[in-house]
Design a protein around this ligand. Structure first.
Ligand SMILES: NC(=O)c1ccc[n+]([C@@H]2O[C@H](COP(=O)([O-])OP(=O)(O)OC[C@H]3O[C@@H](n4cnc5c(N)ncnc54)[C@H](OP(=O)(O)O)[C@@H]3O)[C@@H](O)[C@H]2O)c1
Length: 266
């Protein structure tokens, strides 16, 4: 990396991207953050914030001008818009670091669920783009637990199925720390890094820990149907376990745009 390398951080207002930006501030890399609305992005002073929309690749030309490395998050549920985005990226940038999912299975051509399918499709399209690539396959984000916040505020009971579901929940600061290291150093081309948290926790244990942290007795009610999260099932986000008999066949999912709160994926 030269001192002049410009890094474009997409998803810069999100859970992980915001952390990536703050951890890159003060490094020698020139930093540029992408937001659909720079005025409300709330990013640190002194950061170059550019206006761009991943669903409108024409808006990305100016954002990518002079960029060496792209940190890409994909806030949609299909890869439909990806070829056009990657075409623009490959015109300008040398390499790309993609925030993917731990649930992607290399031995399957068709993943077991739509979320891991779009991540796998993105990875394949990135491979084909000619960009030097690094994939960060993260396990379930700790921030997913924020979906429980309304229930916790209301009566302290988290109504979700699968209380015993256990995952190495991963904090966004730690994901960002890996991203920042990869973005600011060489030698990661072609690498796929799998990111997990330090401890496997069930959902019941997570709720108990949150209760201890906020000083309230919380309860997990496993008979619940779950909270509203934009019509998407994120319960296994980042760790989608392929169903038995998932077929070894490669195809892009049907064209469909995300319709979730703030484009939040899982
Ligand atoms: N949650 C998990 O367990 C998990 C596990 C593995 C991988 N992942 C992946 O990690 C990604 C990032 O997660 P996160 O929690 O950091 O995201 P997040 O907090 O939901 O933020 C989404 C980001 O995407 C941006 N965005 C949305 N639509 C956009 C568009 N059309 N054009 C440009 N930017 C757009 C938003 O920016 P503005 O709204 O400000 O424009 C925001 O910065 C997810 O999208 C998912 O693919 C998630």
């Amino acid at each position: 990396m030269t001192e002049q390398s410009v890094i474009l951080v997409t998803g810069a207002t999100g859970n992980v991207g915001r952390q990536v930006v703050s951890q890159l501030v003060g490094t020698r890399a020139a930093l540029r953050a992408l937001a659909r609305d720079p005025d409300s992005a709330g990013l640190p002073d002194g950061i170059e914030v550019v206006r761009g929309d991943l669903s409108d690749p024409g808006t990305l030309e100016a954002c990518l001008d002079g960029v060496d490395t792209v940190f890409l998050v994909w806030p949609f549920l299909t890869a439909e818009a990806a070829p056009a985005v990657l075409e623009v990226a490959a015109k300008h940038a040398r390499r790309i670091v993609y925030l993917s999912s731990m649930g992607v299975r290399d031995d399957l051509e068709e993943q077991a669920d739509p979320i891991n399918q779009f991540h796998a499709d993105l990875e394949r399209l990135i491979e084909e783009s000619g960009l030097e690539r690094t994939f960060l396959r993260s396990h379930t984000f700790a921030t997913n637990a924020l979906w429980w916040a309304p229930q916790i505020r209301a009566d302290g009971v988290v109504r979700e199925p699968y209380g015993a579901a256990a995952r190495p929940v991963t904090h966004e600061r730690n994901i960002a720390a890996v991203a920042a290291r990869v973005l600011t150093s060489d030698g990661h081309g072609g690498a796929t890094y799998r990111l997990t948290g330090p401890q496997v926790l069930t959902q019941v244990e997570q709720v108990h820990i949150i209760g201890e942290a906020i000083g309230r007795a919380l309860r997990f009610d496993g008979t619940g149907a779950g909270h509203d999260h934009g019509g998407r099932d994120h319960r296994n986000a980042g760790a989608h376990v392929p169903r038995m008999g998932a077929r070894p066949r490669r195809r892009l999912p049907p064209a469909r745009r995300v319709a979730g709160p703030r484009g939040h994926v899982c």
